[in-house]
Every structure is written in structure tokens, then in C-alpha cells.
Design a protein around this ligand. Structure first.
Ligand code: ADP
Ligand code: RBF
Ligand code: MG
Length: 381
């Protein structure tokens, strides 16, 4: 008889990447490169971000100089661009779930280390804007402290060494492919949290791919579970969006039997980039009609593989007519799950119905019910 594999992986230490994993750096990177390239009469192509995520600073510089045929050396490029970045560090926001994860692991006494391809001084400067982060890490390893950056395993092996941990007991959390490769080469468990949309398929070497840090389940790795889930929902800091209801793909009612009163996603691109795609719930205020419970999806609808992000709130109420063009205001108060693909239309519909029941019930909890009084829902009614 062969011994069965233990169900949980015994992780004792966690190693975190910074840019794109804990911090929403991509926006700042695009902003700086755009500003820089304009001076050379060039236009930043946002698809170029794929070439630079997770790379060392010199690799990024080399790629940009080459791609845009810039009349300078990668070193000259770096010396101009570095101060442009540091001016923006104070504006970089934590990604959804980053603060929650750091607080949780810290409270459970799980040693954590930051390991990034950026120079150590840059890492320290960036995290200084985030309360409580610096003191939470046993060690910080920068790309300038090792010979080879990711995808070489060196940076993670050094992180394990500084924590006195065996690599096989370390869990790496990474958004980039070079980072995932480095973690696997170091003999560690790796959870990938791709920072760019629709990348999950290229992360097959990771032990698990999740959509955002909100979807991390530490108990899968032998660590203490989060204690903030309530009845299948995760409370979040409420956020608010609203506008006229627009036409969607015309399939919500027809194909699924679930109408969704779409909002124009392009009006909220900045706000949406601060939140992950996924299934959320909250309260919906409709001009002239009233306030209703609501469950929604934000994202690319993987089952239909949309190319545009959509905002699709399903109001948990039976209406007798359409209300296109009416002003719809949303208070989004909790998170349910990531968007997913499904083997059949029936299973997608069943899951959305289940989301509806979860939201319906949760919104009666005082912590969510209180947002029904939010003035935003009835503003301009
Ligand atoms: P579209 O693809 O244009 O969004 P849907 O089939 O999803 O089409 O239908 C959505 C429309 O149905 C909404 O814009 C709204 O006018 C209407 N509607 C009726 N009942 C509801 C409901 N309970 N929740 C959301 N929208 C509803
Ligand atoms: N689409 C998906 O492809 N995957 C999902 O997991 C998913 N979840 C949803 C959850 C809710 C609560 C709602 C209202 C919609 C969801 N959708 C999802 C979007 C659905 O496919 C979309 O509303 C219709 O295709 C109409 O465009
Ligand atoms: Mg719709």
C-alpha cells in the first residue's frame, strides 16, 4: 500500500512579490512610459506591458529602448526614468486584499518576506507609504542583492535563507511569469495572481492560479484561514458607481433569463482598475423607482470570453418593463467570488442564481443592510 499524499501542504513561511502582487504598479508604469515616450515623439502601446511585467529594471530598459528604437542606451533610459517613477510612488495603491493578507499573516505569526526584482531602496521607499507594512516583513530582498533576478531562483532562496526557512516550506505569491518560474525553480509552492487579465493559461507551472488576493485560501497551504468571510460573502470597503443604464449584449434576459442593467464601464476605468473583476453585491438605487438588493458581475464574462470589461448588475426584483437610460446608482458592499468559466450554460445560470440567493440573504445582515441608507443611492433621484 502506498501512503496517500497529505491533504494540506505544510507551509510555514510566505514570500511575496511587491509590484503587481501587493501594489497596483502597472498604472504608474504605463503613465511614466507614456510621458517619457511622448518626448521622443513615440506613443506608448499598452500591450507592451506584457513584455515588462516581472522583469529586472535593466531588462525593462533594454526592451523599451529596442521596441521603440530610442536614440539612447538602456542605461541612459534608466537614469532619466528612475526619478520619474520615484515621484509617483506615493500614489501607488495597495491591490485588493493586500492589506488584509499582510495583517492576517502577521496576526497569525507567519513570517513573511518581500522579494522583488527592484532595488532594495526602491522597495523600501514604495512600502513606506503603506501603514504597517515595513514592520510586517522579516526581511526584504531586492534585485540588487543577488547576482541574477527572477526567473533565477536566487532571490527566493535568499529570502528563505534570511527567514531560516526550508524552501519546501515556503509559499511564493507572484503576479508575473518570471516570478512564478523563479519560485518553482527554488523548490517552493507558488500561487500565481496574474496582474494582467486573461493570463491564467500561461501560468500552468504555478501550484494554483487565483484571480486576486481576495481569493487566497491560506488553509489550502496549512496556514490559518481568514476569519472575515460571512455566509459566503466577504465585506469590503463600500464603493459607489452610477450612471445611465446602457444596452449590453442583449443576452442577459434572452440567453440566461437573468437581466442585467449594464453601466458604461469606460466611465469608471480608474475606479475599476482599483478593484478586481468578480462577483459583488450591494444596493441599487433607481431614479423614480426606489432601492433594491443587487448582485453583479464585473469583468470579461469568461464563459462568453468578452473582449471588453462589463459591469452587469442584476436587481433582485421583478420589474414589468425595461429601464434603459434611467439613472442607476450602486453601493457595492461585498464580494462573493471570482468570475469563472463553466462547462455548460445551465451550470453558469445555476451559479448566478446561487449568487443571487447569497446576496439576498447577506444584505439583511446589519453590516450590509446599513448601506441601504447611503445618500448616494438616492442622490439626484
Ligand atoms: P442588455 O444586454 O441590454 O443588458 P439584458 O437582457 O441583460 O440586456 O436586459 C437588461 C435590461 O432589462 C436592463 O437594462 C433593464 O432595463 C431591464 N431589467 C428588467 N428587470 C431587471 C432586473 N431585475 N435587473 C436588471 N435589469 C432589469
Ligand atoms: N459570466 C461568466 O462568464 N462567468 C461568471 O462567473 C459570471 N458570473 C455572474 C454573476 C452574476 C451575479 C451576474 C449577474 C452575471 C454573471 N456573469 C458571469 C455574467 C453573465 O454571463 C452576463 O451577465 C450575461 O452574459 C449578459 O451579458
Ligand atoms: Mg445586461
Amino acid at each position: 500500500m502506498t501512503a496517500s499524499k497529505p491533504m494540506t501542504r505544510m507551509i510555514s513561511h510566505v514570500i511575496l512579490d511587491l509590484d503587481g502582487t501587493l501594489l497596483n504598479t502597472d498604472g504608474v508604469v504605463s503613465e511614466v512610459l507614456k510621458e517619457f515616450l511622448v518626448k521622443y515623439g513615440k506613443t506608448w502601446r499598452s500591450t507592451g506591458i506584457h513584455r515588462i511585467v516581472g522583469r529586472t529594471p535593466l531588462e525593462v530598459a533594454t526592451a523599451v529602448v529596442e521596441d521603440y528604437g530610442l536614440p539612447c542606451t538602456p542605461e541612459e533610459f534608466m537614469s532619466t526614468i528612475t526619478p520619474m517613477f520615484s515621484d509617483k510612488w506615493c500614489n501607488i495603491k495597495a491591490l485588493p486584499g493586500a492589506n488584509r493578507l499582510i495583517k492576517h499573516l502577521r496576526s497569525k505569526g507567519v513570517p513573511m518576506c518581500l522579494a522583488s526584482n527592484s532595488p532594495k531602496s526602491n522597495i523600501e521607499a514604495k512600502i513606506s507609504y503603506h501603514h504597517g507594512w515595513k514592520g510586517s516583513f522579516t526581511a526584504v530582498v531586492g534585485g540588487d542583492e543577488v547576482v541574477m533576478g527572477k526567473p533565477s531562483p536566487e532571490i527566493f532562496l535568499e529570502a528563505a535563507r534570511r527567514m531560516n526557512a526550508d524552501p519546501s516550506n515556503c509559499l511564493v505569491i507572484e503576479d508575473s511569469l518570471p516570478g512564478v518560474m523563479a519560485g518553482k525553480a527554488a523548490g517552493m509552492k507558488v500561487v500565481a495572481v496574474p496582474s494582467l487579465p486573461k493570463q491564467a493559461s500561461s501560468f500552468s507551472s504555478a501550484d494554483e492560479v487565483i484571480n486576486s488576493l481576495l481569493d487566497l485560501h491560506p488553509e489550502k497551504w496549512g496556514l490559518s484561514p481568514f476569519e472575515d468571510w460571512i455566509e459566503g460573502t466577504l465585506p469590503i470597503e463600500p464603493w459607489y458607481i452610477g450612471g445611465p443604464v446602457i444596452k449590453g449584449f442583449g443576452r442577459g434576459s434572452k440567453v440566461l433569463g437573468i437581466p442585467t442593467a449594464n453601466l458604461p464601464a469606460e466611465n469608471f476605468s480608474a475606479l475599476l482598475s482599483e478593484h478586481t473583476s468578480g462577483v459583488y453585491f450591494g444596493w441599487a438605487g433607481l431614479a423614480t423607482r426606489g432601492i433594491y438588493k443587487m448582485v453583479m458581475s464585473i469583468g470579461w464574462n469568461p464563459y462568453f470570453d468578452n473582449t471588453e470589461k462589463t459591469i452587469e448588475p442584476w436587481l433582485l426584483h421583478k420589474f414589468n418593463e425595461d429601464f434603459y437610460g434611467e439613472e442607476l446608482h450602486l453601493a457595492i458592499v461585498g464580494y462573493i467570488r471570482p468570475e469563472a468559466n463553466f462547462p455548460s450554460l445551465e451550470s453558469l445560470i445555476a451559479r448566478i442564481q446561487e449568487d443571487g440567493r447569497i446576496a439576498e440573504k447577506a444584505l439583511d445582515l446589519p453590516m450590509y443592510a446599513c448601506s441601504k441608507d447611503s445618500p448616494y443611492l438616492i442622490s439626484s433621484l
